[in-house]
Design a protein around this ligand. Structure first.
Ligand code: ADP
Ligand code: MG
Length: 694
């Protein structure tokens, strides 16, 4: 990484080089993640104060901020300790008082000398019938002027707004003239100001409207931030794609056989995704692709087609699931189709031990196994493939971004397909997966009956159980999800066990099963198997069943304390039913009274089954970090851009970044050079490293 460009030095100097900032203030600013003048220029005002002068406080609405010219009158020293220092002042129509609770008489005499004219600005209030201005924000001599609208910055304890504003202003003045890095056509189309102008406008609002995220200046600055971020991801993507991969092209014979044997036809969305993946696998580059599809959209078939492509080409494919239950279920679901195709599919999990495990590893190393399904056990060091062409990772959000990277390191040439059933808004998908290519299953297989969703207070528990008894008598099956009361598995387990006992008492011994995270794997399997075979009709569970589990006959989902769950999670849970032909029900039980946000979440669920719409609403209700789960999201923190309000800009930035790199992979052109400066300015270290090695 070559050094930071010189024109940017003043923006990365120490904060103490700014007027009014000493070591103490600098330390306090660090609490707001402000370490350099650069950080200050990207800290935009969050509010503003109208300082338009008035003739008299008599014309103002009190209490309120007033800017008015006065003649200073008498100073009245405090009559006793603890009383304030007062100064009478007279404007064009009336007399009022300036009040100080701090400061020396000397200082006050200097600031407001009797007989002189001053312009005061500050909050005026009535105290015992007398108008007074405690501690004016500004005291100006004649001829000095205040901006009519003064920006207000986010503050932290110990830093006054005056110090902050002064430091920001000085930092903004250090911004050099910089060449344009945005596509000029876009700048023209949007009527955006140049970077420096945009900063100056954003820091000098003229009215409240100028504080809105929709102003041209703020849009541009948000775009800069998003563009820098997307440029990093696009660089990562293109570096990745420049790495050699293996061309995996099948002749289609296995895929055709399987498709012909299915009782249904692939949806158009499935066909499109299958095609996109096959094309990508056929390139001499490494595939790094995300398959996004709502629960029940049929991702498994798409994955299988990709795995069969690897097999047709004489290679191997692996499918990794986040849990033992899911790995098993995938293996069982896929085996008949693998048999139809005539390829060997094997399951490998942490439970395989000793000779059995070794036999599987040997077969794998010989290339006798075409498709391996398993948990992360499939990526242990001693697991060696003869010719691994494709890794499919199911339910990605359980793995996290880091594991995705690890996988890439393990086998640099292997094509990677990540599947996620968590629909996330497009802007977030681009933020999190902008370094990947994305295929979207935006259509569900036909013939699903919608799930009836209702909300019920927990006080009606007896009714719910009575209805459940009725349904069980009709042969229906139900999940009963217990609340996530605390961030503790043990507590959740206890509540699940209690519910299990009470439901067993109400519905009968053999009818109810239980599965939770603290059980032994074999116990879990047994409980699941009993439910799959309908030996048990009600399965009490913690959220371990959230992801992927497929029991088509289950048509009732009861979620206890639904208000404590996130929207995406509720949607996932509900997705466990509505898989068969029978009409399904989802009961969201809540403890009254519901808070506003919880009420909104439950309402959205009642209104929609569209995962993408739900995820957009989720984003609107919560912050971006929350939607993905901040801890594992690795989501960047933007200072100006807001993923809800600037959602459209992310898409634009992504396209712009990719198209710039397509023309100018090393950012060597004039615009490329300007973009490099942006990367420095926005501290996109990862991008700068990629550029220096590339
Ligand atoms: P996802 O993993 O995306 O949640 P699955 O792949 O488990 O969804 O598919 C859900 C169900 O839909 C499965 O029972 C599957 O057999 C069925 N299915 C998949 N594709 C189709 C299709 N094109 N038409 C009808 N049913 C389908
Ligand atoms: Mg699935």
């Amino acid at each position: 990484m070559t050094g930071r460009p010189e024109p940017l030095f003043p923006l990365f100097a120490s904060l103490e080089t700014l007027p009014g900032v000493g070591p103490k203030t600098a330390k306090l600013m660090a609490n707001m993640s402000v370490a350099t003048p650069r950080d200050l220029i990207f800290t935009l005002p969050t509010g503003g104060v109208d300082r338009t002068p008035v003739v008299s406080v008599r014309d103002a609405i009190l209490p309120g901020v007033v800017t008015v010219q006065v003649t200073v009158g008498r100073h009245i020293a405090p009559s006793s300790r603890g009383r304030p220092y007062r100064i009478e002042v007279e404007d064009a129509k009336t007399t009022f008082q300036v009040v100080y609770f701090r400061g020396s008489a000397d200082l006050h005499a200097k600031t407001l000398p009797t007989g002189q004219k001053r312009i005061l600005s500050g909050k005026v209030e009535l105290y015992e019938g007398i108008a007074q201005m405690p501690h004016p924000d500004h005291v100006l001599v004649e001829g000095e002027r205040l901006p009519a609208f003064e920006p207000v910055y986010p503050l932290t304890g110990g830093i006054s707004s005056r110090i902050m504003a002064r430091a920001v202003e000085a930092a903004v003045q250090r911004v050099p003239e910089l060449a344009e890095w945005i596509d000029p056509a876009l700048v023209a189309e949007r009527g955006w100001p140049a970077f420096g102008d945009a900063l100056r406008q954003a820091h000098h609002p003229e009215d409240a409207g100028d504080l809105s995220p929709g102003t041209a200046a703020r849009q541009r600055l948000a775009y800069d931030e998003l563009f820098a971020h997307q440029l990093t991801l696009a660089l990562a993507r293109s570096t990745d794609r420049r790495r050699a991969g293996v061309v995996t092209e099948g002749d289609g014979r296995l895929r055709r056989k399987v498709l012909a044997s299915l009782p249904f036809e692939a949806t158009d969305a499935q066909k499109r995704c299958i095609g996109e993946i096959a094309t990508d696998m056929g390139q001499p580059r490494r595939m790094n692709r995300l398959l996004q599809g709502d629960v029940g959209s049929g991702k498994t078939l798409v994955a299988l087609m990709a795995l069969l492509t690897a097999a047709e080409a004489g290679g191997q494919g692996v499918l990794m699931a986040p849990t033992e239950i899911l790995a098993r279920q995938h293996a069982e679901g896929l085996r008949p189709m693998a048999d139809t195709a005539g390829v060997v599919l094997e399951l490998l999990t942490g439970r395989d031990k000793n000779r059995e495990r070794q036999a599987k590893l040997d077969a794998l190393a010989r290339g006798d196994i075409a498709i391996l399904v398993g948990t992360h056990a499939v990526f242990q060091r001693d697991v060696v493939f003869a010719d691994l062409r494709l890794a499919v990772i199911d339910e990605q959000h359980r793995f996290g971004v880091r594991q995705r990277m690890l996988l890439g390191e393990k086998n640099a040439a292997t094509d990677v397909l990540v599947m996620t059933a968590t629909p996330i808004p497009r802007s977030l998908a681009l933020t999190q997966y902008g370094d990947m290519d994305i295929s979207v299953l935006d259509e569900k297989p036909p013939g699903r009956t919608p799930v009836q969703t209702a909300t019920v207070p927990v006080s009606r528990m007896d009714d719910v159980i009575a209805k459940l008894r009725h349904a069980v008598a009709e042969g229906r099956q139900a999940y009963w999800v217990c609340p996530l009361v605390e961030e503790s598995e043990v507590v959740d387990t206890t509540s699940a066990e209690e519910r299990f006992r009470s439901l067993r008492a109400a519905l009968g011994e053999g009818v109810v099963g239980l599965v939770h995270g603290q059980m032994q794997p074999s116990e879990k399997d047994a409980a699941m198997a009993d439910f799959v075979s309908a030996k048990t009709q009600v399965l009490v569970a913690t959220t371990v069943i959230e992801v992927g589990v497929d029991v088509p006959n289950a048509s009732i989902m009861v979620i206890e304390r639904a208000e404590t769950f996130g929207l995406a999670q509720l949607h996932q849970l509900r997705g466990r039913v509505g898989r068969g032909a029978a009409a399904s029900t989802c009961l969201l039980m809540y403890k009254a009274p519901l808070g506003e946000a919880a009420e909104a979440r439950l309402r959205i669920l009642r209104e929609s089954e569209d995962g993408f719409r739900i995820s957009e609403e989720d984003l609107a209700l919560r912050g971006a970090g929350d939607v993905i789960g901040t801890a594992q999201s690795g989501l960047p923190r933007f200072r100006i851009a807001d993923l809800e309000r600037h959602a459209g800009l992310m898409e634009l930035a992504s396209r712009d970044a990719r198209s710039l790199l397509a023309k100018d992979a090393d950012l060597a052109s004039a615009r490329g050079q300007a973009a490099r400066l942006l990367l420095w300015l926005t501290e996109q270290d990862r991008a700068l490293r990629l550029l220096s090695v590339g």
